[in-house]
Design a protein around this ligand. Structure first.
Ligand SMILES: [Zn+2]
Length: 122
């Protein structure tokens, strides 16, 4: 085996290596493109998650406000809402969601000026 044989032996090997290298470069380009697409998708998903997180928080806040406004108990025939010492007409609230404050008529009755209802309170 002389040096020429060695060189000739190396030529086909180089061709195979070159071919493999080209294949590897193609694979690398494909992977880079996929990676870029995934990065963009990841960025979009992060933005989506952030939007959803804000929407969930807003929904929770609204829910909290609603439950705060609608958590009530009955007192003297009227509605007494949490954090509010005034008495409201149950009829107006249940029919239209309106909080109409009642006034005292006498020891046994309160009155709603909107629906003109006399509410027994004693
Ligand atoms: Zn009323």
């Amino acid at each position: 085996m002389g040096i020429i044989t060695d060189i000739l032996k190396d030529i086909p090997l180089s061709a195979v290596l070159r071919e493999r290298l080209i294949d590897q470069e193609k694979t690398m380009a494909t992977l880079e493109a996929e990676n870029l697409a995934l990065k963009n998708e990841n960025s979009d998903l992060k933005a989506l998650v952030e939007n959803l997180r804000q929407e969930i928080q807003q929904t929770k806040d609204i829910q909290k406000d609603k439950s705060h406004n609608t958590s009530f108990k009955m007192q003297l025939g009227c509605l007494l809402f949490a954090g509010d010492k005034r008495l409201y007409c149950p009829s107006c609230f249940h029919k239209g969601g309106n909080k109409i404050e009642t006034s005292r008529v006498d020891h046994h009755n309160r009155y709603c000026a909107v629906c003109k209802t006399k509410i027994p309170s004693g």
